[in-house]
Design a protein around this ligand. Sequence first.
Ligand SMILES: Cc1cc2nc3c(=O)[nH]c(=O)nc-3n(C[C@H](O)[C@H](O)[C@H](O)COP(=O)(O)OP(=O)(O)OC[C@H]3O[C@@H](n4cnc5c(N)ncnc54)[C@H](O)[C@@H]3O)c2cc1C
Length: 352
Amino acid sequence: MRQVAVVGAGILGRLLAWKLSAQGYVVTLFDKGSRDGETTAARVAASMLAPYTEVASAERQVFDWGLMALRWWPEQIAALEAQTGRAVSYGLDGSVVVAHELDKSTLQHFQQQLRAVVPDYIERVERIDAERLTELEPELAPRFRDGLFLPDEGYLDNGALLAALADAIEQQGVCWQPHSEVTDIAPHSLRVNGQAQTFDCVVDTRGVGARDALPELRGVRGEVLWLRAPEVSLSRPVRLMHPRYKLYVAPRPDHRYVIGATEIESESMAPVTVRSHLELLSALYSLHSGFAEATVEHAWSHCRPAMPNNLPIVRGQHGLLTVNGLYRHGYLLSPYVVETALQAFERDCWES
Ligand SMILES: Cc1cc2nc3c(=O)[nH]c(=O)nc-3n(C[C@H](O)[C@H](O)[C@H](O)COP(=O)(O)OP(=O)(O)OC[C@H]3O[C@@H](n4cnc5c(N)ncnc54)[C@H](O)[C@@H]3O)c2cc1C
């Protein structure tokens, strides 16, 4: 039986450990944190599936690869729910983009950007009036008279997904080694808590923790607030376009919302700053006054792992597979990246 070490139990590591153990590999999963994922960018993320909003400031591939997520996640979530009995909520009913009257030009600019990058999909972008906005998100109608509707967008509940993946991985007999800091990753070998170990193949999915192996990798700091807002009922992701701060609200079950996100070229993992709280929360209050009575359940920061071109990498060689660089698009691109990595694993990581 072939022995595989997966290093890093973020979204990539969990998905690959789940898939590889289902294929019959004997998998050991190492992570420096616990199975709760408190050391992952994956746990902090808003986990929106937003190919249109992302491509406005990214390469076209992000859109093409990202569309795959809208088909792939429902299949995987159904399989995970059947296996573990854990529900993972998600929504694929599109997203709404609004702007205050004074900032209307930002909406127009966003539409122009989309027309330039995805001209073949621009017909899918719907300009909505007050009546349509009332139909989609009635609580936004008092403050906004129009906006955009992006039908091919959605979100998933990352906390529930990471927990379901942890259960499924353990059910399949993966040996999960939490609190295990791994260094010196090389083909067939690694060092864990100072001790050398060998495997038939090592899969490196350490996110920003892989800087020693990937010097060109950088972390891009992001901060989010997780709120419970009993007075707010939004059913889909909402973006507020603003000349200075861009705000999004991603729904979770039971009137919970993830509010984000800052994007700062810094590798600091320090807690969320007062400035970011002020910017995020004042923009949020301008979106919906019901957020005034919300309680802040978490204020989280982490770094998105990014390559110089902000696109992911999948590099296979005999005895080692390196997968990284998901940047802002961990949930949007992991379907494409995981399928590509599984192919590279079979093709490049074994002697022919
Ligand atoms: C604020 C914020 C908001 C985001 N919002 C979205 C969004 O809405 N949609 C979207 O698609 N993406 C979003 N992302 C991006 C997404 O979170 C990341 O792209 C994704 O989590 C990267 O996955 P990963 O598995 O590569 O890394 P991670 O999820 O960070 O996992 C890496 C794992 O490796 C472990 N590790 C690191 N070093 C070591 C070591 N030496 N030894 C052992 N283990 C180690 C860590 O403990 C961690 O568990 C967001 C990110 C942030 C920060």
